[in-house]
Design a protein around this ligand. Structure first.
Ligand code: NAD
Length: 326
């Protein structure tokens, strides 16, 4: 492992040490994979239980965020939201016991690579990158897909927004945590790719689910509709991999009572980010906002912890009896 004492990062060279902030469901296992690959990682989280779990997996932890980033060449964040990220960068909050601590940008050595893997608004990602660069650092946004299973297995997909040299610099460590790393463009492009993809996914899952419920009403078996649509123009991931009815795709969450998978709360979150981007860009979208509203309701009415394909049960429950059978 080559380290860069001044915090400078050479394109393509493995970089470290790494300060890893946010050791939750995703960050915990991602940090473990970096340690297993030989990176020097110092973890920090606001929640003591997350710190204990990290230590149990061999990750060194710091008492404060500032201590974690002090000697780091890379500050990797995996936080719940853009507000958490911007607050942490600026130091305007830090949770119980952390008030008065400097922000991460001020605490880091000049030239530190700020690598954010959280899923946040595109505008927030651009703001975070601009703040980092203004403070004399380097910045990459690299949100992920693949969920906790992908984080544990090191098979995440990273969607990266960065200058080309910064992309090449972080690529080796992203390849430790993921199996696919895509450079999507400049700062914010990683977040843009993530929310565009997940808007397609949310809309297509609703479409597939409505079609299955309509098929039920029309007397079609699930298998018959699947056999036709999966080999025809209705083919999509929501149908052929995450099929919302049990049977046709035995590995889909529908076969295990909609245990996630990809939880409804996360789909609602990502669609809200897409909605924010639709509004800020003025796109005349209709289905994206509707999908956001549908998944908000799904999450609020008990679907937050269920796989997002469970939306089909809502559609079925809310469907009227056929005329003449009410
Ligand atoms: P999580 O809530 O399990 O973990 C977030 C962690 O960040 C928590 O442990 C929290 O205590 C910590 N934290 C908050 N503020 C902090 C601060 N200032 N300093 C240090 N730690 C802080 O969330 P998660 O499921 O790990 O998701 C993290 C991010 O990854 C989110 O943006 C989420 O949208 C995204 N994501 C999640 C999944 C998934 O399947 N869980 C999939 C893809 C993307």
């Amino acid at each position: 492992m080559s380290e860069t004492p001044t915090g400078g990062v050479q394109p393509g060279a493995p970089i470290g040490p790494i300060a890893f902030l946010g050791l939750g469901h995703m960050g915990g296992p991602m940090a473990v994979n970096l340690v297993k690959a030989g990176y020097t990682v110092t973890g920090y989280d606001l929640v003591p239980a997350a710190l204990e779990a990290a230590r149990a997996h061999g990750i060194a932890t710091a008492d404060t965020a500032a201590d974690a980033v002090a000697g780091a060449a890379v500050v990797l964040t995996m936080l719940p939201s853009g507000k958490h990220l911007l607050d942490a960068y600026r130091g305007t909050s830090g949770g119980p016991g952390q008030q008065g601590q400097p922000g991460l940008l001020a605490a880091a050595r000049p030239g530190t690579m700020f690598l954010d893997c959280s899923t946040i608004n595109v505008d927030e990602a651009r703001e975070a990158s601009a703040l980092a660069v203004e403070a004399g650092h380097r910045a990459v946004d690299a949100p992920v897909s693949g969920g906790v299973v992908g984080a544990e297995a090191g098979t995440l997909t990273f969607m990266v927004g960065a200058d080309p040299d910064d992309f090449e610099a972080v690529r080796p460590m992203l390849e430790v945590m993921g199996k696919r790393v895509v450079h999507c463009g400049a700062h914010g492009a990683g977040q843009a790719a993530k929310i565009c993809n997940n808007m397609i996914l949310g809309i297509s899952m609703i479409a597939v689910s409505e079609a299955f419920v309509l098929g039920e009403k029309l007397g079609l078996t699930h298998q018959a509709l699947f056999d036709v649509a999966s080999a025809a123009s209705g083919q999509c991931w929501a149908l052929t991999t995450n099929c919302p009815v049990p049977g046709p795709v035995p590995t889909s969450p529908a076969n295990r009572d909609y245990q996630p998978g990809f939880a409804g709360a996360l789909m609602a979150k990502d669609l809200k980010l897409a909605l924010n981007a639709l509004e800020s860009t003025g796109v005349a979208a209709q289905l994206g906002p509707m999908a956001s509203e549908i998944y908000d309701t799904f999450a609020a009415e008990g679907g937050a912890g269920r796989d997002f394909s469970g939306i089909i049960t809502d559609i079925r429950d809310k469907s009227e009896q056929p005329r003449g059978q009410a």
